[in-house]
Design a protein around this ligand. Structure first.
Ligand SMILES: [Zn+2]
Length: 382
């Protein structure tokens, strides 16, 4: 699906609409302008080879972008700007491996996702830098649409050849050590970005294209679900534990997956519930601050373009930092799930990449909530 990014410089604002049509009731202009349209409808497996079958149509259409469309004699040039989607769609689009030790597009090791200090000092590569890294050896020349992962299933000699082409010389190492060295060198880069898999587009054609390393809808949903599941196990007093358990079972219950809208409601309910406990002295200030920070983060991620100011952009940085710090203070080592799941890619994306991406785009524009609503209808055609 495709949609237009709302920009108050190009489109009418809510205030202008109110002045122009005082008799009409208020509408959400950003939502109307960003309403998604069906672009390609197909059915395929989720493998890279099958998903590449749509890429040539996309590239064919992108080749026509330099031709402007005219509205009242004014030429408008469309630009491909951003992908909005959860993993693995993001990983496919950018050429990153799915899951594993380098699941995030920033190339940070997955076992460091909870390490905020490491994340802040880590310099994520641009699309062009990742592409350069991919072409830094010799085996990338084996890439084709039928063989989209040229670094997969390599023999020991092939790994040595690839490492030497990258000026990495390792002697007397076994295959596992060599593979690990190549993985670390590539930071999870597996192949070119999806739109550069043929010879028709060049990296410069994608100079304005961003594939964000976050997507607030799924990040928030997972973080809320994990927090509500984990919290009851972290209070020494049995009575408080019981109250949290009751809250957890009446919200999340035994559902495997919760809806995005429900998770946002549960975050608010959790903050209200914890506020009552805090006032009666049953939980610490850290627990109260943790839950209110999550509500604040949700509010900032879903903020309308008209409210996105430098102050609010900074506020998202501060709130995500506070949330990350408090989550480690209150929970520490999780008991109900693995550390990898609790401090996994959604936690990392929400606390590190959402504030970074918010500097470039209004995050609300990247939330595929309207797209997801149409999926139910589209499944009828299966
Ligand atoms: Zn990352």
């Amino acid at each position: 699906m495709i949609s237009t990014l709302y920009d108050p410089k190009l489109f009418i604002t809510n205030r202008e609409y109110k002045c122009k049509f005082p008799e009409r009731s208020l509408i959400d202009l950003q939502a109307i302008i960003e309403k998604p349209y069906l672009y390609i409808f197909g059915q395929s497996k989720s493998t890279d080879v099958d998903q590449f079958s749509y890429t040539s149509s996309r590239i064919g259409d992108l080749m026509q972008l330099p031709e402007p469309m005219e509205i009242n004699g004014v030429p408008f040039f469309d630009v491909i700007r951003a992908l909005s989607g959860n993993c693995p769609a993001r990983q496919f689009e950018s050429g990153q491996q799915r899951g594993g030790n380098f699941s995030c597009l920033c190339g940070m090791p997955s076992n460091e996702h909870s390490n905020l200090e490491f994340a802040y000092s880590f310099d994520p590569p641009s699309l062009a830098e990742s592409f350069q890294l991919y072409k830094g050896g010799c085996l990338w020349t084996r890439f084709s649409l039928d063989n989209p992962s040229p670094f997969h299933n390599l023999k020991k000699e092939e790994i040595i050849e690839e490492l030497e082409a990258r000026n990495i010389y390792m002697y007397e190492c076994n295959k596992t050590e060599l593979q690990k060295a190549l993985q670390t060198e590539l930071h999870g880069v597996q192949r070119p970005p999806a739109l550069l898999c043929t010879q028709e587009l060049y990296i410069d054609d994608l100079a304005e294209y961003e594939i964000p390393a976050c997507e607030p809808l799924h990040d928030i949903t997972n973080v809320v679900q994990n927090l509500i599941t984990e919290l009851p196990a972290h209070f020494p007093e049995k009575s408080v534990q019981k109250e949290f358990q009751h809250f957890s079972s009446t919200t999340i219950g035994d559902k495997n997956q919760i809806r995005g809208a429900d998770s946002r409601l549960y975050a608010i309910k959790l903050a209200k519930f914890v506020s009552t406990l805090f006032q009666s002295g049953k939980v610490s200030e850290e627990v109260f601050d943790l839950c209110t920070a999550l509500v604040e983060i949700t509010h900032l991620c879903y903020m309308h373009c008209s409210h996105r100011t430098p102050k609010q952009i900074l506020r998202l940085y501060n709130q995500t930092f506070k949330f990350s710090y408090l989550r480690k203070c209150v929970i520490g080592v999780p008991e109900k799930m693995s550390e990898r799941k609790f401090y996994g890619s959604h936690f990392h994306s929400l606390t590190v990449h959402d504030p970074q991406t918010n500097r470039l785009f209004c995050l609300r524009s990247l939330i595929p909530e309207q797209e997801e609503r149409t999926f139910g209808d589209l499944r009828i055609f299966r």
